[in-house]
Design a protein around this ligand. Structure first.
Ligand SMILES: [Fe+2]
Ligand SMILES: [Fe+2]
Length: 287
């Protein structure tokens, strides 16, 4: 067993434990955000097997929000190394805080389905490093990957979940997270708008465009087409609680290429034509 697996299977501390920092923590988590009333959850009305599957769904989302704290911590360090302006640093620091909020909210939502305390496993997610890139190039490619790519997709996904979900606690949680993710996407678009005037940096980011989007697509959907999920069997009621089948998420990604990335990437001086049709369902470029 590797050290990472040991950490995952045996959390060292409880993510939800209350410390003497709680007052300030709550201020950071709750200020300027709507409060989520978890007592409005309708989870208790669902059959046990569906509750178990939905707990798994939200537990997985909790884990990935928790890992996003480390991703934005690394991004912040790389922005510092690149000499990024203070406005880029402050919003990147804020994103770390936001991801703690998201992990905490989703852990509480998971508990509505599991009826037990939920804490994400200890751990961090590395973001891809590339020794051939300068520090400035690395920060720009990370902005493309994390914000222009991943967070923009996250906004579209959460927006779709918010529109479809019926459970009040799910809708409320997703709404709070979505309001933060919009900032996380925007900070990358804005950073690149300010930095890609440099032709050589722009050429590097252009070269990385397809590898970044392929990596993002692979990270979201894997490399197989086996998309059977136990929640598919529950139909609309699973969607009421925040489920969206993977095939629909793939279609959403393809729609974003057409409707968001293709029209918007040229505003950064980037040519998106290599993405055209690349992620349509049934396309063979990325599987
Ligand atoms: Fe998040
Ligand atoms: Fe985010």
């Amino acid at each position: 067993m590797t050290d990472a697996e040991t950490l995952e299977s045996a959390p060292l501390l409880d993510f939800r434990a209350v410390t003497t920092l709680e007052h300030e923590h709550r201020r950071l988590m709750d200020e300027h955000h709507s409060r989520v009333d978890f007592s409005t959850s309708t989870a208790s009305s669902l059959p046990e097997d569906l509750r178990r599957e939905l707990a798994d769904l939200w537990r997985g989302r909790t884990r990935s929000e928790h890992r996003s704290v480390s991703i934005f911590a690394t991004y912040t360090l790389d922005l510092l190394a690149a000499g990024a302006p203070a406005s880029a640093l402050s919003v990147a620091c804020r994103a770390q805080l936001d991801e703690v909020r998201h992990a905490e909210l989703f852990a509480s939502l998971t508990r509505c389905y599991s009826d037990r305390d939920e804490t994400p496993p200890a751990g961090i997610s590395p973001i891809p490093d590339d020794a051939s890139l300068s520090l400035v190039e690395l920060a720009a490619v990370e902005a493309l990957h994390l914000c222009v790519g991943a967070e923009t997709f996250s906004c579209a996904l959460l927006h779709a979940l918010y529109g479809r979900a019926r459970d009040p606690a799910v809708r409320s949680c997703v709404g709070v997270v979505l309001s933060d993710e919009i900032h996380h996407a925007r900070m990358g678009w804005s950073y690149l708008r300010a930095t890609l005037d440099d032709a050589s940096l722009r050429a590097t980011v252009q070269r990385e465009l397809v590898p970044v989007f392929d990596g993002l697509h692979r990270g979201l959907f894997g490399t197989t087409r086996d998309e059977v999920d136990p929640l598919d069997a529950y139909g609309d009621v699973a969607r009421d609680h925040g489920y969206m089948p993977t095939r629909e998420q793939r279609a959403l990604f393809a729609a974003l290429v057409r409707d968001v990335w293709t029209p918007a990437l040229p505003t950064l001086g980037l040519d998106p034509s290599a993405l055209d049709g690349r992620y349509e369902l049934g396309a063979t470029a990325v599987t």
